[in-house]
Design a protein around this ligand. Structure first.
Ligand SMILES: NC(=O)c1ccc[n+]([C@@H]2O[C@H](COP(=O)([O-])OP(=O)(O)OC[C@H]3O[C@@H](n4cnc5c(N)ncnc54)[C@H](O)[C@@H]3O)[C@@H](O)[C@H]2O)c1
Length: 419
């Protein structure tokens, strides 16, 4: 089965590009993306997600990795790995559009013995119930599990995290039968020095991923609820967490804004499946609700503390620290609330170069020109120059350090608030 493995990676975003780059040193690899913009940037060595360095990408593109916008170039592949987005709709239901689309593309390319692996986060059952029937609508009438085979390997990379990178983390892998498992075990062993865990079956692997992120969401929601209680008690949640963390089995979650397209989205996939199974996903959805309320909770506090219409410098627009990803960032909800209250908001983020957002140049701002600073996303860029930043505050101005990241010993004179 599959003497020479030729791998096609479909979807070259945060997950797909590092995967294609990682695989190309061991296998002939072709990366495909439907976005012409993305492909033309990558061909110039530019990865706007900042996950792959230009030198590395250029090196791969020299001979090992081919990147294309034309799906027919994937014809020579016998293993297809789909890493397309799995967002939610406005009604917070799984939007399986990109997943279905990529299956349609792969179905046109399928040959006997090919393997199709999904890395996108889905609910348990999606690969076999949703993807397989679309893949089977191919000209050659090939059947899943008989003529071609399925696999699922959830992606766990954490953008911006240089420690838990794709080449080091443990990987969960599953396949439709033992032979497929063996092949995928071999492939993923080349990608990571971490362990490869063979899940019992595809559904188990799918469930393992979606519960990882749902569990994280629920735990953060609990701490966010505690943060609200602490706020009323006039004590700091961080002081409480420091004390509780001295217990050996206390889980160290932090309060904050939960945005992005994983933690704030994946629980809806699990909730969807749960509802289909007639199990009310109370815990999952209440965690989501609590986390979704945090932007308004924080914005209200900022507004109340400011008392009058103020000039506010808002620091951090991306959904989390040290990444350029703006998708589903909760900063926008805080900003829009404050704008409605007629505060003048100036925006800054070292990772954002969008023309649609007016980003101020920090170096051009005069000292003592803001009534408030809101450090919403504590990028390392800010923490490294916190003394300079705090000088942008007027005397008696307020420093809102949402995630409690500023070392107060260095900022003794600050009028300070954190969750
Ligand atoms: N980003 C993360 O941190 C992360 C971590 C773990 C898992 N995941 C999961 O991995 C999947 C991909 O996430 P991402 O962050 O890489 O998304 P992304 O938006 O960064 O990248 C997806 C890419 O797929 C392309 N695409 C869309 N439809 C396509 C199609 N039909 N054919 C080919 N290309 C197509 C898009 O143009 C885009 O470049 C999602 O299911 C996500 O939940 C993401």
């Amino acid at each position: 089965m599959l003497k020479e493995k030729k791998i096609g990676v479909l979807g070259l975003g945060y997950v797909g590009l590092p995967l294609a780059v990682g695989l190309c040193s061991s296998y002939k690899t072709i990366g495909f993306d439907i976005s012409l913009d993305r492909v033309s940037q990558l061909l110039k060595g530019i990865d706007k997600t900042l996950e792959v360095k230009e030198t590395k990408l250029r090196h791969c593109l020299k001979d090992k990795l081919r990147i294309t916008n034309n799906f027919k170039d994937l014809k020579i592949c016998n293993i297809f790995i789909a890493t397309v987005p799995t967002p939610i709709t406005e009604k917070r239901q799984p939007d399986l559009g990109p997943l279905k689309d990529v299956c349609k593309i792969i179905s046109k390319l399928l040959k006997k013995k090919d393997i199709v692996v999904f890395e996108s986060t889905v609910y348990p059952g999606a690969t076999e119930e949703i993807c397989a029937p679309i893949l089977e609508k191919n000209k050659k009438n090939l059947k899943s599990g008989k003529d071609f085979f399925l696999g699922y390997s959830p992606e766990r990379v954490n953008p911006g995290d240089r420690i838990h990178s794709i080449d080091k983390i443990d990987k969960v892998v599953s396949g439709q039968n033992r032979k497929v498992e063996k092949i995928l075990f071999e492939i993923y062993s080349k990608l990571t020095t971490g362990k490869i865990f063979l899940a019992k079956n595809i559904k188990v692997a799918e469930a393992s991923k979606v519960i990882e992120n749902s569990q994280r969401d629920i735990n953060i929601a609990f701490i966010n609820e505690v943060a609200k209680i602490c706020n009323k008690l006039h004590i700091s949640i961080y002081d409480v967490l420091n004390a509780s963390s001295t217990k050996w089995n206390f889980l160290k979650f932090q309060p904050g804004l939960v945005g992005g397209h994983c933690i704030g989205v994946d629980p809806y996939y699990l909730a969807h499946k749960s509802t289909k199974l007639k199990i009310n996903p109370k815990v999952i959805l209440s965690g989501r609700e609590t986390n979704d309320e945090m932007p308004t909770f924080i914005a209200k506090i900022i507004d109340e503390k400011l008392k009058r219409k103020s000039r506010v410098l808002f620091l951090g627009m991306t959904f989390k620290e040290d990444v350029p990803d703006l998708r589903n960032s909760k900063s926008f909800e805080v900003i829009s609330f404050l704008k409605k209250k007629k505060h003048t908001i100036k925006l800054h983020d070292p990772y954002v170069k969008s023309n649609n957002l007016e980003i101020v140049n920090l170096k051009k701002i005069k000292v003592r020109s803001f009534d408030a600073l809101v450090l919403a996303v504590p990028h390392m860029y800010y923490l490294k120059q916190i003394n300079f930043i705090k000088n942008l505050l007027k005397p008696n101005g307020i420093f809102f350090d949402i995630k409690g990241k500023v070392d107060l010993k260095r900022c003794k004179t600050l009028n300070y608030w954190s969750l």
